[in-house]
Design a protein around this ligand. Structure first.
Ligand SMILES: Nc1ncnc2c1ncn2[C@@H]1O[C@H](COP(=O)(O)OP(=O)(O)OP(=O)(O)O)[C@@H](O)[C@H]1O
Ligand SMILES: [Mg+2]
Length: 224
C-alpha cells in the first residue's frame, strides 16, 4: 500500500516555480528524510501533502485516494518552529493534546471523560503521564517536543510528518528524539516523513528507508 504518491507536481506561489515535476512515493510504514537548503520548498511540499496548498498541476494521492477531509485525519503533522507562538497562555499538557481531538468533541467543543481518557493513555505511552497537569510553558524543550508529538498522534494517524523538529533542541534531546521516531514507527506502524537540515544526525541516529534532497524543484536520491 502506498501512503503517499505524488506525480509530476508543479507549484508556485507567484511566478517562480517552487516544485517542478516533483515525484514522490512513500510506502506504508516507510521512513523517509527530505533535506535541502533554506527556501528550496520543503515546507511548501509538506503543506501540499496536508492540503494547506493546492498543486498547480500533477497529482497527489494519500492511501490511494484524492485529497479529502477524512484523509487529513490519517496525517499527524508537527509544523516547523512553534516555540514562539504556542505556549504563551497557560494551557496544560492534557488540555493541549485533547484539543487536537477537536472533530470528535461535538458541537460545543467541550472535552468529555472519554477524550481525556484517550489523551491519558497516550501520554502514558509517551512517558509523559506525570506532566499531564503541567502548564506547557513550564516544560523543557525536549519534553515540550514530546508533547507536540503526542498531540500529532492522538487521532491515530498513519503518517507522521516532522518539519525541522530538531531546531533549537540540544544534542541529548536530539538523540532521544531519534529513538522516539524509531519507536513510533515500530509501535504505531506509521510512515514517517522527516524534514531536516541535519543530515549527519539522521545518518548517525536513524534507519531511514530513503533520503532525498529537494533541489531545483525536484527530489534527488541521496545515497545512504
Ligand atoms: N506564502 C508564501 N507566499 C510567497 N512565497 C512564499 C510563501 N511561503 C514561502 N514562500 C517562498 O517559497 C520558497 C520556499 O519556501 P519554503 O518555506 O517551502 O522553504 P523551505 O525549504 O521550507 O525553507 P526553510 O529551510 O527555511 O524552512 C521560499 O523562497 C519562500 O520565501
Ligand atoms: Mg521550511
Amino acid at each position: 500500500m502506498k501512503a503517499i504518491e505524488i506525480k509530476n507536481a508543479y507549484f508556485s506561489y507567484d511566478r517562480d516555480p517552487i516544485l517542478r515535476d516533483l515525484n514522490l512515493t512513500v510506502k506504508n510504514k516507510e521512513k523517509i528524510t527530505i533535506i535541502g537548503g533554506n527556501g528550496v520548498g520543503k515546507t511548501t511540499l509538506i503543506k501540499i501533502i496536508v492540503g494547506e496548498l493546492k498543486l498547480d498541476s500533477g497529482s497527489i494521492k494519500i492511501f490511494e485516494e484524492d485529497f479529502n477531509k477524512n484523509i487529513l485525519k490519517k496525517i499527524g503533522y508537527v509544523p516547523q518552529s512553534q516555540k514562539e507562538n504556542l505556549y504563551t497562555f497557560p494551557i496544560t499538557v492534557k488540555e493541549l493534546v485533547t484539543l487536537q481531538l477537536y472533530d470528535s468533541l461535538g458541537k460545543f467543543k467541550i472535552p468529555r471523560k472519554e477524550h481525556y481518557h484517550k489523551t491519558m493513555v497516550l501520554l502514558k505511552e509517551m512517558n509523559l503521564e506525570k506532566y499531564a497537569d503541567y502548564p506547557i510553558r513550564e516544560l523543557s524543550g525536549g519534553l515540550r517536543q514530546r508533547v507536540v508529538i503526542t498531540r500529532a498522534l492522538v487521532n491515530e494517524p498513519d503518517i507522521l510528518i516532522f518539519d525541522e523538529p530538531t531546531s533549537g533542541v540540544d544534542e541529548s534531546s536530539k538523540a532521544q528524539f531519534a529513538k522516539t521516531i524509531e519507536e513510533l514507527n515500530e509501535k504505531f506502524e506509521v510512515s514517517i516523513i522527516l524534514i531536516t537540515h541535519e543530515l549527519d544526525w539522521v545518518m548517525n541516529n536513524l534507519k531511514m528507508d530513503s533520503i532525498y534532497e529537494l533541489k531545483k524543484g525536484g527530489l534527488v536520491n541521496v545515497s545512504i
